[in-house]
Ligand binder design. Structure first.
Ligand code: HEC
Length: 420
């Protein structure tokens, strides 16, 4: 909202109104200067928004026609001005990422000015189309499809975290070289994380599955059956995420007898509790150039309730962790994880002036967790430290610490790594 306020303070043209003859005069500079749909706004919306906001898309309402966009112009200005849309938490100036969705400041200003001027249509005969981003996730081959064992209808409103343990079908060691998540009903599937659990967790899985009659088991915050720090990750997906093939030559090893645990976060706020059967397509190789792994990274003592206190009523509570790496490694992708009290999260190699920033999320949003794939792999050398910084605001009257529950918090990085 502050950007809108700023704009008003700088003297935006007044919105034309029926009883104001000056404002409807087409030659008045105010009206001529305001951006129009056909000339200025259409190309931005078509490029930045319609890949999700189209009929049948995950964006829930289409932004494809002037009338539809005009009708929600204030909501658009608010979502864009506050940075909620397009959903992309990584701040500029830190690193460069594949499939960056972020919006340049001049485009944000154009949208705000247009909404402020009541959304003029402009000249349809000189309309400028945009170039929608290709969000078709490019998975070059599908060798295996994992599916929820049966249809599941979310039970907890508005947020239901459900895990489904799927036995890994291969009897030899293989490598996953890419994946694509197909949300069964995009209106309710908010994010999906695929964890790997070893064969030794079979009994625990059977126990939690028996806790209710429904498919899968409840699992807020992590895979539950495997402690977060032991959980291996296969991948994470949020709407609009760039999944598909892993970087060339990379694969994540899977062993016979393991389980893939699909954690699906259902949000029923907008469309209600709709049935879903999400699937995940995978490409598989018998061997790869580089064996990759997803490395969870956090302070081990926090997991035991030490040192990550977030006292009741305090804001700006900061906890940091750094650790010298035991060798040279390459980072290919980064993922950050906190719960709902999180304000910001940062991961850097080294600190101070010559730090190499991997990920900076200044306005943490629990609803939009995604993997940020680095445009170029980043090298960490032996003895260099990886710094993780998390900041929380705790407006509740409860002291908060590390934990799996809704009221608990986490501060976790996950890195897709290989040897150099
Ligand atoms: C990656 C997919 C994606 C893109 C790109 C995207 N949206 Fe959205 N948008 C969504 C989803 C999903 C929702 C549903 C609300 C939610 O889950 O946060 C949403 C909700 C909204 C809302 C209503 C909720 C709110 O936060 O105000 C507005 C307005 C909106 N989008 C505008 C836009 C505009 C304008 C753009 C382009 C500048 C855009 N969106 C780009 C996926 C997207």
């Amino acid at each position: 909202m502050w950007m809108i306020a700023l704009f008003l303070a700088c003297g935006a043209p007044a919105a034309p109104s029926d009883d104001d003859p000056v404002a409807v005069d087409d030659t008045s500079p105010a009206v001529v200067d305001a951006p129009t749909w056909h000339q200025d706004v259409r190309p931005i919306i078509e490029t930045r928004c319609v890949s999700c906001h189209q009929t049948g898309g995950i964006g829930l309402f289409p932004l494809t026609e002037y009338d539809a966009v005009h009708a929600v112009r204030d909501a658009i200005a608010d979502a864009v001005g506050s940075g909620r849309m397009p959903p992309w938490g990584a701040a500029p100036g830190c690193n460069t990422y594949a499939g960056d969705l972020s919006m340049p400041a001049d485009e944000i200003e154009t949208i705000l000015a247009w909404a402020e001027a009541d959304g003029p249509e402009g000249d349809p005969t000189a309309s400028v189309p945009g170039t929608p981003a290709n969000t078709q996730t490019a998975l070059s081959r599908v060798d295996l499809t994992l599916s929820l064992p049966e249809v599941y209808t979310p039970q907890v409103e508005p947020d239901d975290y459900r895990c489904f343990a799927i036995p890994w079908p291969y009897t030899e060691r293989v490598y996953v070289t890419g994946f694509r998540v197909n949300p069964g009903d995009p209106r309710v599937v908010h994010h999906v994380i695929a964890y790997v659990a070893g064969a030794q967790y079979a009994e625990t899985i059977a126990q939690v599955e028996a806790e209710d009659e429904l498919p899968g088991f409840a699992c807020y915050g992590g895979p539950v059956v495997v402690p977060q720090e032991d959980a291996e990750w296969l991948g994470a997906w949020a709407p609009g995420d760039e999944t598909g093939d892993f970087p060339e030559g990379l694969g994540i090893r899977m062993n016979p007898g393991e389980y893939v645990i699909l954690q699906v976060h259902y949000n029923t706020e907008v469309a209600g509790a709709l049935p879903d059967q999400t699937t995940m397509d995978l490409s598989i190789a018998e061997s790869v150039e580089r064996s990759a792994w997803l490395q969870p990274y956090t302070n081990p003592v926090w997991l035991y309730g030490v040192g990550m206190d977030i006292p009741a009523g305090e804001s700006g509570v900061t906890h940091s962790f750094s650790y010298p790496f035991p060798g040279d490694y390459l980072f290919w992708a980064v993922f950050g994880h906190m719960h709902t009290l999180g304000r910001s999260l940062k991961l850097t190699i080294g600190d101070g002036a010559d730090a190499n920033c991997l990920l900076n999320i200044p306005a943490w949003d629990f609803d939009w967790q995604r993997t940020y794939r680095l445009a170029e792999p980043q090298l960490i050398r032996e003895d260099e430290e990886l710094h993780l910084d998390c900041v929380w605001d705790n407006p509740t009257d409860q002291d908060v610490a590390w934990g799996d529950g809704t009221g608990d918090e986490m501060c976790l990085g996950v890195l897709l790594m290989t040897d150099p």
